[in-house]
Design a protein around this ligand. Structure first.
Ligand SMILES: *Cc1c(COP(=O)(O)O)cnc(C)c1O
Length: 361
């Protein structure tokens, strides 16, 4: 079989060894003679499995004792609603940092429940995009929390600074950056991420939440979005997405074997630098995001000659490079290079980009 390198933004590629393991034990999980798809979420074996998953995740991310780990439904978009529903029991309105598509979408959803302050931090100067440094963000004195997205998956814009807003409560949508680099969990009240980028397959949503925030008094909140309830039931209030949860456990084991988050961060940096260097050296490929704000998970670029767009996409696919098309709202191209993408895969892409520029550029 021809090797395909999959640059999909999500659902994204999985480590090959994880796929292999899923296949091997698919009909006969833990030698029970049944599939992971067929077992009760309350069975001894499944409960044991999810306990291990949490322990592995706690180790990988160095999650402090006073934080709960929840696995729930609804994806990141579910959290766009859950966050304001759970946190708003005062009259103060939250600050929503707008640094791209997803952070803006979170703001739009929050507007259903409160009057969030929209704080735009994306600037365009001489055609270059950059994000205001955090100390220039116009945070309100009374806001109940600050929401932002450290990696905007669609535009390929990242905020790598650690938040420092005294004792303000910080909520982060980490969907496309969780586990790709070391983070200081203590800086956050809530971190959430949907699974289909760096955690596993779609269907489950990770929440890391400080214990003191499990306090909602809001009675109109749907139970499956109620952090207090989910925590009380150890994420088993209703039937979870068992398969997705199981796969995330295999991915965490894989990551531990790779040397953990610190090690994958180094690999991710190498991958992104290789790609951005190729783009910056070329006359055909353009990325106009400030170097400090370039995502190393989602590398976006345009062709200076847009007439070549179609043929770039066709030929890249013929060369085994899958899903390089940019998101429809920004156009151009996007290579999502999450943890599972190898340096070899990135080098294949670069090889093709250089060949293509020589041929048509
Ligand atoms: C993918 C993504 C989302 C949407 O996730 P769903 O699981 O589809 O709700 C939200 N935010 C970010 C940063 C994403 O990358």
């Amino acid at each position: 079989m021809k090797i395909i390198y999959n640059f999909s933004a999500g659902p994204a590629m999985l480590p090959v060894s994880v796929m292999k393991r899923v296949k091997e034990e698919f009909n006969n999980w833990k030698k029970l003679g049944i599939s992971i798809l067929e077992i009760s979420h309350r069975s001894e074996q499944f409960m044991e499995h999810i306990y291990d998953i949490e322990m592995d995740l706690r180790e990988l991310l160095n999650i402090p004792e006073n934080y709960k780990v929840l696995f729930c439904h609804g994806g990141a978009r579910g959290q766009f609603s859950a966050v304001p529903m759970n946190l708003l029991n005062t009259n103060s309105n939250p600050d929503y940092i707008d640094n791209g598509y997803w952070s803006h979408a979170a703001f739009v959803e929050a507007k259903k429940y409160c009057s969030p302050n929209l704080i735009k931090v994306q600037k365009i100067v001489n055609n270059n995009v950059y994000i205001l440094p955090m100390h220039d963000w116009k945070i309100s004195t009374k806001s109940s929390y600050i929401h932002y997205c450290p990696n905007e998956t669609i535009e390929g814009i990242a905020i790598n600074e650690e938040p420092f807003f005294n004792d303000k409560l910080i909520v982060g949508d980490f969907s496309s950056t969780i586990l790709s680099r070391v983070i200081n969990i203590k800086k956050y009240g809530i971190i959430y991420a949907s699974a289909q980028k760096n955690i596993g397959v779609s269907g489950i949503t990770l929440i890391i939440i400080r214990n003191d925030l499990l306090h909602t008094k809001n009675i109109v909140i749907p139970s499956i979005l109620d952090y207090k309830k989910i925590a009380k039931h150890s994420s088993l209030f209703n039937t979870p997405s068992t398969f997705s949860w199981y796969v995330s456990g295999l991915v965490f084991k894989w990551l531990k074997n790779k040397g953990g988050v610190k090690n994958i961060q180094n690999i991710n940096t190498v991958k992104a630098n290789l790609l951005y260097n190729t783009i910056d050296k070329s006359n055909l490929y353009i990325n106009n995001i400030d170097k400090n704000n370039r995502s190393y998970m989602n590398v976006t670029f345009k062709l200076s000659n847009y007439k070549l767009n179609k043929i770039f996409l066709e030929e890249s696919l013929e060369n085994g490079l899958y899903a390089l098309k940019g998101h429809r709202i920004v156009g151009g191209f996007r290579a999502s290079i999450y943890n599972a993408m190898s340096i070899k895969g990135v080098k294949k892409l670069i090889e093709f980009m250089v060949y293509f520029e020589n041929k048509y550029g």
